[in-house]
Design a protein around this ligand. Structure first.
Ligand code: VG1
Ligand code: CO
Length: 544
């Protein structure tokens, strides 16, 4: 086996988005495409000699081939050891857990998360640093800069390694270890939650639950934790075997894509609790009986009940939410007298706050919640958090949420996605709206008057780094808010995301349909941004 230095040419489209580089599989399969990005990442790490690298993915099509390529390149770049999840699989939170536990210099996570998988669908790659979290923008920009100037990469000739058998192999001077991808993560969960309490909840046959792994990466983790360690009935986890194309579905845990779960929840034997997670296991959706829990409310509720969970009994330092996320958690933080931070969309912005000990819990409206137990959002963790609360309070999810609203008021929230929009037109729309910002205040749209409007500019409170143009925010005089931004995770065309939220303290008005409660804001957004004129769409494709 000898090291080979391969001449290559830069590709001009390898800038990581909200969460790594995501492209169609065919694009990644082009000669040198994946290799260039991996070498650019290794170059950004600097000296790789003797270091430990963690590698795993969400099991989608091309995952295994990509891992073989990365192993050869890691060996040729001098890594001391590469740790890989069995079957080339590691959920995103499990990768974060493993990086931290074994003091790796970082990890490569192969995932396009909620995007569909298969030969004609999406693939993705991202780098997580030594803290286990997504590389901050400073690093992703350095990786991108490297991709634009790359002229060669290092690899070696060696047979494929067996990704399925636990054990060790050697490639050049590098140890390659295949690890059980579930145990470390399951142990971590057991150290945070009260498994005895949850076991007795799940052994009560009147408490029926179901977890939809959506044919994605969480299946093996959920079976081990829910069915084996917590004793839930066999079959509690549905769609539990990861498949390369997620069973032909769209592994996005929302009411539209997790419809099988919804049907089972409401079926002949209705369930008390349901949950689903996404392609790479970092997102969650939780459902009570006949009751959907909005992720923004979920974050607020986790904070309000954190004192019931063994892992958080010591207190919560602070919380953070991404800017477009509804502001329910802010009210709980104020009541607890702890700081509440606002960050741009994407988990990479939470890492600094956690590393500095400023926050313990954080979340996003896009079904992502997490804590400083790892540096990624964590779907199964959130589900276990809910189960632990339910077990401790001995109340159904619906009652817990209703009581919360009665105490704090309700922050109505919804997100409208316009998918597959022409990218140039979408960008024009945002530019046009940005140009209008200085004159929006005081203008009236339907029954609403704009109070203020700006383009969100973030300054990291820990290292002072700045991120501009992170979403347009429009506040109305009645306390409403509209946020608009373009998705940074898609692979074709553009997706326009429009977020709406408004606080409702009146106890008589807590049970409305969010689409109705927010109708005036929705109308105003269409009018001020001319959504139909630019996108040709009157209605969104997905509402969450
Ligand atoms: C979306 C979500 C964002 C999330 C990101 C990655 O990004 O809005 O909140 O962090 O996906 O999640 P965007 O740029 O498309 O709005 V995951 O679970 O797809 O890694
Ligand atoms: Co995900």
């Amino acid at each position: 086996m000898t090291i080979k230095v391969i001449a290559t040419q830069a590709f001009d489209n390898q800038r990581p988005g909200t969460s790594g580089l995501r492209k169609k599989v065919v694009e990644f399969q082009q000669p040198h495409y994946l290799e260039n990005f991996v070498q650019a990442t290794f170059n950004a790490i600097g000296d790789c000699n003797g270091k430990l690298l963690v590698v795993g993915g969400d099991g989608r099509y091309y995952n295994r081939q990509a891992v073989q390529i990365i192993v050869r390149m890691a060996a040729a770049n001098g890594f001391g050891k590469v740790m890989i999840g069995q079957g080339a699989i590691l959920s995103t939170p499990a990768a974060s857990c493993v990086i931290r536990k074994y003091n790796a210099c970082g990890g490569i996570v192969l995932s396009a998360s909620h995007n569909p998988g298969g030969p004609d669908e999406d693939f993705g790659i991202k780098f997580n640093g030594a803290n286990g979290g997504p590389a901050p923008e400073k690093v992703t920009e350095e990786i991108f800069a490297n991709t634009t100037s790359i002229t060669e990469y290092r690899t070696c000739e060696s047979a494929d390694i067996d990704l399925d058998a636990i054990g060790s192999a050697r490639v050049l001077d590098t140890d390659v270890e295949i690890i059980d991808s579930v145990t470390d993560y399951a142990d971590l969960m057991e150290s945070i939650f009260d498994f005895d309490k949850m076991r007795s909840l799940l052994s009560n046959r009147r408490f029926r639950m179901c977890f939809d792994a959506m044919h994605a990466v969480t299946g093996p983790y959920a079976v081990e934790i829910l069915e084996k360690r917590l004793g839930a009935a066999e079959g509690t986890v549905m769609n539990a075997v990861p498949s390369e194309d997620f069973g032909g579905g769209h592994p996005d845990p929302n009411l539209v894509h997790a419809h099988e779960l919804v049907e089972r929840m409401n079926g002949v034997e209705p369930m008390a609790f349901g949950a689903a997670s996404d392609g790479d296991g970092d997102r969650n959706m939780v459902l009570g009986s006949g009751f959907y829990i909005n992720p923004c409310d979920s974050l607020a509720l986790l904070l309000a009940n954190a004192h019931l969970i063994p892992g958080y009994k010591g207190g919560v330092n602070g919380v953070a939410r991404s800017m477009p996320t509804g502001r329910a958690v802010d009210r709980v933080a104020a009541a607890l007298d702890i700081p509440c931070y606002e960050t741009p969309t994407g988990w990479k912005f939470f890492g600094n706050l956690m590393d500095a000990g400023k926050i313990t819990l954080c979340g996003e409206e896009s079904f992502g919640t997490g804590s400083d137990h790892v540096r990624e959002k964590d779907g199964l963790w959130a589900v276990l958090f809910w189960l632990n609360i339910i077990a401790e309070r001995n109340q159904p999810a619906r009652t817990i949420v209703r009581d919360h609203w009665t105490q704090y008021g309700r922050d109505y929230f919804t997100r409208h996605d316009f998918e597959g929009v022409d990218a140039a037109r979408a960008a024009e729309m945002i530019d046009a709206l940005r140009a209008k910002l200085p004159s929006l205040a005081g203008q009236t749209f339907g029954e609403l008057t704009v109070e203020s409007a700006d383009d969100y500019h973030y300054v990291d409170p820990v290292d002072g780094s700045e991120s501009a143009k992170q979403g347009i925010r429009i506040y109305t005089q009645d306390g409403g808010r509209i946020v608009m931004r373009l998705s940074g995770t898609g692979t074709s065309g553009a997706t326009l995301r429009v977020y709406f939220d408004r606080y409702q303290p009146d106890p008589a008005l807590l049970g409305q349909d969010p689409q109705k409660a927010l109708a005036s804001l929705i109308e105003a957004a269409h009018a001020m941004a001319c959504i139909e004129q630019y996108t040709g769409r009157v209605r969104p494709d997905v509402i969450t």
